[in-house]
Design a protein around this ligand. Structure first.
Ligand SMILES: Cc1ncc(COP(=O)(O)O)c(C=O)c1O
Length: 465
């Protein structure tokens, strides 16, 4: 400790003793949340009027009671939301957060850590570099691959495509109609015009058809356009389908295309044996996105982008405004994360991921991921017992879609009433190749077989053997 003068009086009016008391209160509420979540609604949505009545009002001119305000946040604001970590939240992509991830985020926030420049955040930057490299190794990408974290898959995919285009120049981008909607949106934001975006119909297995892609590339060349990029899916959001990555990588290499793999949802499955089999070829990509806030047990928000071509991220995003020249000059070839995406000020998202690897270890994380895959297979087996129902797409990477024979989307939607009521579980309808279906995403390792069976029963499925 230095003997520099300290003055702990807080000009804003909360002192250390109060912070300690309030902080412990927060810890207790969060543990209570984790402990009681299964008995709480999976989702609860308020009306604007009731929420405004509790949370709105005029600008508070003078301060009030901290604990009372925090109670309002817990009891009102945080009670009206979808709980991504609820064991019966099977909708969209859940977010089964975990203690180590929460602790890492708390430390990052408490220390107000920043991870923008090496000089200003060498510790957090090293943590992010190390965590990204662990992810790289687990995905089998080559050494020298560079990465960056972003807020989520949408931004990570956009960052990848911006960097790829900066490296390769303008070109046509190919994707299937099962690609996440944020990617065409990102392409538009990046200035790709209509004839630079080719959305190809997926095949019967909801995968990008390689022959159709090859034909589209040939057509574009014949028409004088320059094919540039392929976006492949490593686990589509709708069905968990994985595009034929090995064949796509071979085609991309032959045609000189950048292969980007959106594994925001599914790439985490590469941690376990069952997932690795399905994801073969992922390691051949030029860039890959993986969202730990989806299937690596991290609280929002955290996505990882890995780019196998060194220097490409810096080539796209490097900047040195005058006021940052000193901090840049002090850097001796180390990584300034502000040079790897569009963010300058950035929270150190690597801390929670690093801590989770250190606390849990890959083996535990891998078996938690494997459980998510197995739970969807279990759900499929239960659905198959009732001849009034059919599996629309088989369990793939933790997602199964299914339908009652002859039911349309409206009827499927009506079946959700018994489940949504009281928030017992949360699931959604979807459409697969034009067919109405229901969909379960089962990546929460705390979900029990009983949670699955009781949810299916409430939909009207006879699950008994
Ligand atoms: C495959 C895939 N890509 C991208 C995204 C977008 O990710 P985010 O919501 O983190 O921006 C999602 C979200 O569910 C996804 O499933």
């Amino acid at each position: 400790m230095t003997d520099w003068p300290t003055d702990s009086a807080d000009p804003l009016g909360l002192d250390a003793a109060q912070m300690r008391e309030l902080g412990y209160w927060v810890v207790d509420r969060v543990i209570e949340h984790f402990e009681t979540i299964a008995a709480q609604p999976a989702i609860r949505t308020g009306t604007p009027a009731e929420l405004r009545a509790a949370l709105g009002g005029p600008v508070p001119r003078s301060g009030g009671d901290a604990l009372e305000a925090m109670r309002t946040l817990v009891d009102v604001a945080l009670a009206h939301m979808q709980h991504g970590d609820h064991p019966r939240n099977f909708a969209r992509v859940p977010s089964p957060s975990s203690y180590a991830g929460v602790l890492g985020d708390w430390l990052a926030t408490g220390f107000n850590a920043i991870d923008a420049s090496w000089t200003g955040g060498s510790g957090p930057a090293t943590v992010e570099l190390v965590a990204l490299d662990w992810v790289r190794e687990l995905l089998g990408l080559p050494e020298g691959t560079e990465g960056v974290t972003t807020s989520g898959g949408s931004l990570a995919n956009l960052t990848a495509l911006a960097a790829a285009r900066a490296a390769e120049g303008p070109g046509v981008c190919y994707l299937s109609d099962q690609t996440h909607a944020s990617i065409p949106r990102g392409l538009t934001a990046l200035g790709f015009v209509a004839d630079q975006v080719r959305v190809l119909p997926a095949d019967g297995d909801m995968r990008l058809p390689v022959a159709a892609l090859a034909a589209a590339v040939a057509d574009d060349r014949a028409a004088g356009r320059r094919p540039g990029f392929v976006v492949a899916n490593a686990g589509t959001t709708n069905t968990g389908a994985v595009d034929p990555l090995v064949e796509l990588a071979a085609l991309a290499r032959r045609e000189g295309l950048w292969l980007h793999v959106d594994g925001a949802y599914g790439a985490s499955a590469a941690l376990c044996e069952a997932g690795r089999r399905v994801l073969s070829g992922l390691e051949l990509a030029d860039s890959v996105v993986l969202d730990p806030h989806k299937w690596l047990f991290q609280p929002y928000d955290l996505a990882c982008l890995l780019v196998a071509r060194p220097g490409v991220l810096k080539g796209a995003f490097h900047m040195v405004p005058d006021y940052l020249a000193d901090i840049t000059a002090a850097n001796d070839g180390e990584v300034d994360f502000r040079d790897r995406s569009l963010e300058l000020t950035r929270r150190p998202r690597g801390l929670k991921l690093w801590l989770s690897f250190r606390v849990y270890g890959v083996d535990r994380l891998a078996s938690a991921v494997a459980r998510g895959i197995a739970l969807a297979e279990h759900a499929q087996r239960l659905i198959e017992r009732d001849e009034d129902w059919q599996v629309v797409t088989p369990a793939q990477l933790g997602i199964v879609t299914f339908a009652r024979h002859g039911a349309d989307r409206r009827e499927h939607h009506a079946m959700l009433a018994g489940i949504d009521e009281g928030g017992y579980a949360h699931i959604t309808t979807t459409s697969v190749g034009g067919y109405a279906a229901l969909r379960l995403c089962t990546i929460n390792p705390r979900t029990t077989e009983c949670d699955i069976a009781s949810t299916l029963e409430r939909l009207g499925i006879r699950v008994e053997a």
